[in-house]
Ligand binder design. Structure first.
Ligand SMILES: [Zn+2]
Length: 363
């Protein structure tokens, strides 16, 4: 009977062993399967983003890296040097603002003083930086803006630019396409040095880009030869700092004249003065012509200019007919140099610069 007993015992034990064995096998299969699935997912994710010429799923022993399955689109910006970048805004003061101004200056956005005062200049520089770096252009240096600003991914402002050769496309400047604070055109010359006494001048030191000034002088010379005179140059190249001053002066005078809020005054100023950075005069390619003592739109000079400017590479930049597109009401005195290759096409196709640039990009 003991033998029987022991054999019975053995018989009783074997089902447990069998279950254990099955469980062990199942666990192994699960781990194996999960690993294989992960590896396949990683491969699939990679195949979806980057085409692999010869895809080889090698062995299951590859450790699946969960981060590879979700490709990160942009690298994390390096955090600001200050321990925790606090929100900086108009009115902020101190060392953090100085750091901000230094960095903006380094990148070519800020030309003012490093005084630790978050004023309009600093705000404008932050806004331009934000616009050119794909951020919300609210002029507030929050964590996101500072994150990009202090990172290696921060885009610098373009330096002195040859405004005439922008990939064969004339430079478009408007409210939606502002120039950065540090922008300055190359090859600026004094208009008077080239055009001499063909015109009178609002100021003696007025400047423009050489090629445009030379074309302007040729054009006015021909007008004078046609008996169409006199001419006065009222406005030419204007720096962004100049524009900021003009803009702020206008805002102040509206506020002094009327009992209105600052934001109301700004809205009213925008009807006649471009925001700093968004005036065509920053390019050195735009000129405002004038006949002393007369409204330009009523003069023979205007009629001459309207029919001939195209032959010299100029366009009538702002007309009433296109004001819906340009966002600016007719300015018959304002001509813009784009070069003859473009001005003639624009005349023949009856396109304003916004339309023409759009058309060129599709070609
Ligand atoms: Zn103008």
């Amino acid at each position: 009977m003991p033998q029987n007993r022991s054999s019975k015992k053995r018989n009783n034990r074997s089902p447990y062993l069998f279950i254990l064995l099955v469980l062990a096998l199942l666990t192994a299969a699960l781990i194996f399967g999960a690993r294989a699935m992960n590896t396949w997912k990683v491969y699939e994710a990679e195949a979806a983003t980057t085409p692999v010429p010869t895809p080889t799923v090698t062995s299951v022993s590859v450790t699946p890296d969960p981060f590879r399955a979700t490709p990160v689109p942009t690298p994390e910006p390096t955090p600001a040097p200050s321990p925790t970048p606090g929100l900086l805004n108009a009115g902020s003061q101190g060392e953090a603002v100085k750091e901000l101004q230094k960095r903006l200056q380094e990148l070519g956005y800020y030309t003012g003083q490093i005084d630790g005062d978050y004023g309009t200049g600093t705000k404008a520089a932050v806004q331009t930086f934000q616009k050119l770096n794909g951020l919300d252009a609210d002029g507030i240096a929050g964590q996101k803006t500072q994150g990009v600003l202090y990172s290696d991914a921060a885009k610098a402002a373009p330096g002195p630019t040859d405004v005439l050769a922008d990939n064969g496309i004339p430079l478009l400047v408007n409210a939606k396409n502002p120039l950065p604070d540090g922008f300055s055109p190359a090859n600026l010359v004094q208009v008077k040095d080239i055009a001499g006494n063909l015109m009178t001048y609002e100021k003696s030191d007025m400047q423009g880009v050489r090629e445009a000034v030379e074309a302007l002088a040729r054009m006015i010379q021909d007008a004078v030869n046609d008996g169409c005179a006199p001419w006065k140059l009222r406005e030419s190249y204007r720096t962004i700092a100049d524009q900021t001053r003009i803009f702020n002066n206008r805002v102040s005078s509206y506020m002094n004249e009327n009992d209105i809020t600052r934001s109301q005054a700004i809205a009213r100023t925008r009807q006649s003065v471009a925001d700093p950075g968004s005036s065509e005069h920053h390019t050195g390619l735009a000129f405002d012509l004038n006949v002393p003592g007369e409204s330009f739109g009523d003069t023979a000079q205007y009629l001459w200019l309207k029919s001939h400017c195209w032959d010299y590479g100029f366009i009538m930049r702002y007309t009433d007919e296109k004001s819906d597109i340009t966002g600016i009401i007719g300015e018959e005195w304002h001509v813009r140099y784009v070069g003859r290759e473009h001005s003639l096409k624009m005349r023949d196709m009856d396109m304003c610069l916004e339309e023409y640039v759009e058309w060129l990009k599709k070609q």
